[in-house]
Ligand binder design. Structure first.
Ligand SMILES: [Zn+2]
Length: 359
């Protein structure tokens, strides 16, 4: 059965598991469910008729069948909940040290690759410590394996995991309305009505270097599929941490939050890919709305048109963007591109609240 009030997070199965999934379907271990999943109008939805267990950052078992899914791409509270509920969770020995090295500024890529290979050369160890969770995320989750569903859309398979989520953050007495601009560097620009600005996240220099050297194939720099998987997991964890700290702040301080209404079909492919691998997209599409909902904070998705090109002081005036500077012909002095965009999102959020109050 589907639990409508559980928090659901969807991760991708690796394509190597698709044939196995089709075999499970043919073998009657997956039962089609006719109720749809919100946000997945055209997906076929299946309920597993066998027990679901997880055994590592990419390892999920349906009964005795092992499948590979991107379990690392969950919010930290859900990730911790999976580890807590798993009898046997296997992780690389030395993962915590490798993560520290990965996040050390100016670490040499060759040094990191050597450490990566040393870590992967050791046997996996049974370990329930969530080494890759964000240190500060403000939520607690309990995993509900009986709420697990599988989604198939256009030949691609996804795993839907269900959790009971709650916010642990105390609410401030006086709360503000926030506007958030999503970008690449920083990943988020968050402003409030008092004009406090927070710049959150952004590119990970070591990750960019590892990718570049892997692609150009410098000697010893090409990564194996296993190495790529671990680097991707570390990159996601590094991206997740500042976003979840920001969410923690919003859970306590926000009365309402506005973000742009994203249309995945119109986003630039590079932005889409980068936002996925750095957790920004998952944060904006799923973690933010679900955590805010649990904390009783209203989320507004406002129109995204011209948030970057319009001046927040002169909304009908189009300006120009050069690098990180925004120039409005009527303002004169340049503004920060993302702060201007976030202030536009905030203005649209305040407008939506005003309209709502009048209705
Ligand atoms: Zn202006």
């Amino acid at each position: 059965m589907i639990h409508p009030d559980l928090d659901q997070y969807v991760v991708r199965f690796d394509s190597s598991s698709f044939p196995t999934l089709r075999a499970l379907l043919a073998g009657g271990q997956l039962q089609q469910v006719l109720t749809g999943v919100p946000g997945w109008p055209s997906a076929a939805v299946y309920q597993p008729l066998v027990r679901v267990t997880v055994h590592g950052d990419a390892r999920v078992h349906l009964g005795r069948t092992e499948l590979s899914a991107q379990l690392h791409a969950l919010p930290s509270a859900a990730y911790e909940a999976l580890l807590r509920r798993s009898d046997a969770y296997w992780q690389p020995a030395g993962l915590a040290e490798l993560r520290t090295l990965f996040d050390t500024p100016d670490v040499d890529s060759a040094t990191f690759r050597a450490a990566l290979r040393t870590t992967l050369a050791r046997p996996l160890t049974q370990d329930h410590t969530p080494h890759l969770a964000a240190p500060q995320h403000g939520c607690h989750a309990d995993w509900r394996p009986d709420g697990t569903l599988l989604l198939e859309q256009g030949g691609t398979w996804f795993l839907l995991l269900a959790f009971e989520l709650r916010s642990l953050v105390p609410r401030a007495q006086e709360r503000r309305v926030y506007g958030i601009d999503l970008n690449d560097d920083p990943a988020l620009c968050i402003v409030d009505a008092a004009r406090t600005v927070q710049m959150i996240g952004g590119p990970h220099p070591l990750l960019e270097t590892l990718r570049r050297e892997h692609v150009t194939g410098e000697s010893g720099a090409a990564l194996s599929p296993t190495e790529i998987q671990l680097v991707r997991t570390l990159g996601y964890a590094a991206g997740r941490a500042p976003l979840e700290a920001a969410l923690c702040h919003l859970l306590g301080e926000a009365q309402a939050v506005g973000v742009e209404r994203l249309d995945l079909r119109t986003l630039q492919p590079r932005f889409l890919a980068r936002s996925r691998e750095r957790a920004t997209l998952d944060w904006a599409m799923a973690w933010l709305p679900q955590a805010l909902y649990r904390a009783g904070v209203k989320l507004y998705r406002v129109p995204a048109a011209h948030t970057t090109r319009a001046c927040h002081r002169h909304p009908t005036q189009t300006g120009t963007v050069h690098g990180r500077a925004f120039h409005c012909p009527r303002c004169g002095a340049p503004q920060h591109r993302d702060v201007n965009a976030a202030l536009n999102v905030l203005a649209r959020t305040l407008h939506a609240r005003h309209v709502e109050a009048l209705a």
